[in-house]
Every structure is written in C-alpha cells, then in structure tokens.
Design a protein around this ligand. Structure first.
Ligand code: ADP
Length: 176
C-alpha cells in the first residue's frame, strides 16, 4: 500500500518561503502532510515553539491536507504515533545532503521501514535559511521577499523587544 501520511519535521524558526514551497509540493504527493515543529532543536531560537507553530499555521492554513503541530522527542516516534511512514526533508545545497543522508540512515535504523524523501529546493530559495533571515532582519535589512508578511511582522515584534531589552541593559549599566 502506498504511504498516505508524511511528516515534514524541522525547527521552522521562522517559517519562510523555502519551507512553504516544500510543504505545498509534498502535500501534493500525500493524502496528508503533518508539518511537525520540533520544540527543542539544538540551536539558538528566536521564536518559542508556540510562536513557530502559529506562524507556520498562518502560512499553510489554506492547504486543506496540511496540519501543523508541535512535537518533542524522537521524530520517528512522533511519525509512528501519527501513522506516518515517510519523512519529508528539503535539500538546498550539497552540504545539506550529507546531514540528511546521515539522518535518513539513523531514522531508518531506529524505525525500519521509515523512509525519507528529499525534495530539491527551488533555485530562488536555495540560499534561504532561518538563520540568514534572522540575521538580515535584526540588522535592519529587508526580508520582504524571503518570508510572508505575517512573519515579517512577527520579526518586527522581536526586533522591538530586542531593542527594548538593549535600552534596559544600557539604563542599568548607566545606573551602576
Ligand atoms: P532543521 O533545523 O531540521 O534544518 P529547518 O527549519 O531549518 O530545520 O528546516 C526544515 C526542513 O526544511 C529541512 O529539511 C531543511 O533542509 C528544509 N529547508 C530549509 N530551508 C529550505 C529552503 N530554502 N529550501 C528548501 N528546503 C529548506
């Protein structure tokens, strides 16, 4: 029987056009696609899990066979709990391949029968990463072509929080 449910796991900090493109293309290949937002990735995050889920939901809500939800623990366990046998990942550059290959082998070892399908990014999104977007935005650059408007707005809120925090720190250091 062909697989009907697939999981697209990642940190999505924040969701951007590269992720959205992969999710929409994968949703055409399966009956249901679960965009699974990993709650505690091993990297510095700007957005909380709840915020990352909300931003991804707003970006993909129009696609009826896509569900966005948070998860923790092993990806294979989460996939199994949702009846999925396929993990979808995106490939941007050659260097992504090595990591994805390693993860695919590991996940298959943990859960025999769990397949990983990698979709190639579109050329225009090949350079896009969450870290690049955060860095450009926090330094005052324009990210309007990289993320949907609601994500741009969320980034603006974070930047305002950060500068508010900077001001408070400056005030404290002036006082001391
Ligand atoms: P991770 O922390 O697992 O790398 P990300 O949120 O960065 O998670 O990405 C989730 C998935 O989306 C990964 O498979 C990643 O390769 C893919 N991805 C990220 N950016 C792009 C992009 N610009 N084009 C295609 N796929 C992408």
């Amino acid at each position: 029987m062909s697989p009907r449910v697939a999981i697209y796991p990642g940190s999505f900090d924040p969701v951007h056009w590269g992720h959205i493109d992969i999710a929409k293309r994968a949703a055409r290949l399966f009956e249901r696609l679960i965009v699974a937002v990993y709650n505690r990735p091993n990297k510095k995050l700007l957005f909380s899990a709840a915020e990352r889920v909300a931003l991804a939901r707003a970006a993909l809500g129009e696609v009826t066979n896509i569900e966005v939800c948070p998860y923790g623990g092993l990806t294979t366990e989460f996939a199994k709990s949702r009846g999925a046998q396929v993990l979808v990942r995106g490939l941007r550059v050659i260097s992504d391949f090595e990591l994805e290959y390693q993860m695919a082998l590991t996940n298959n070892q943990l859960e025999p029968g769990m397949e990983t399908i990698c979709l190639m990014t579109r050329q225009e999104y090949a350079f896009l990463t969450g870290s690049i977007i955060k860095e450009i935005f926090m330094l005052g650059g324009d990210v309007s072509s990289l993320v949907p408007p609601h994500v741009q707005q969320a980034l603006a809120c974070k930047r305002a929080e950060a500068s508010c925090m900077d001001e408070s720190i400056q005030l404290v250091s002036l006082r001391d």
